[in-house]
Design a binder for this molecule. Structure first.
Ligand code: HEM
Length: 125
């Protein structure tokens, strides 16, 4: 059943489902495998999944746990292109559609598109 509200629990489900797809993707997957390895169940990935759940919770639940700097790690990724971001967004859109009802999925898509746009601009892409 699609969720009609955003909770910390369904954010986690969404994040896990998103990175499961990402790891299988030949374009976006390698950037994550280089940094975090191929095993979503491992400790390094566990930390990333926590960070990303907190990141989305800071946006939608005014949860204060996220204290990071979202853009910084992307500066270290060599070889990012517009195409990589477009694929990231495609996978993200597909994921939110499997977790949330239409209006909430739209909110994630708009926000994801906005942030990806900012990242690309900051990276000069
Ligand atoms: C081409 C697209 C992207 C790639 C390949 C990518 C890759 C990565 C990688 C490798 C990390 C670092 C993991 C680590 O070393 O711990 C990271 C962190 C992160 N990414 Fe992305 N990313 C992309 C787009 C985005 C977008 C569009 C968003 C937001 C909507 C986003 C949000 C974040 C956040 C919040 C972090 C954690 C920052 C922190 O440590 O506080 N990423 N990403």
């Amino acid at each position: 059943m699609l969720a009609n509200e955003i909770t910390k629990a369904n954010l986690r489900t969404m994040v896990i489902s998103f990175y499961t797809k990402v790891l299988e993707d030949e374009l976006v997957g390698p950037f994550f495998i280089d940094k975090l390895g191929p095993n979503l169940g491992g400790q390094t990935w566990g930390e990333h999944l926590d960070i990303l759940t907190d990141f989305w919770a800071s946006i939608y639940l005014s949860d204060m746990a996220y204290r990071g700097s979202p853009f910084a790690p992307h500066l270290e990724l060599d070889g990012l292109k517009r195409e990589t971001f477009e694929r990231w967004l495609k996978l993200f859109f597909e994921t939110v559609d499997t977790v949330y009802e239409l209006d909430i999925a739209e909110q994630f898509k708009n926000r994801g598109t906005l942030i990806a746009g900012n990242f690309m601009r900051n990276l000069g892409l």
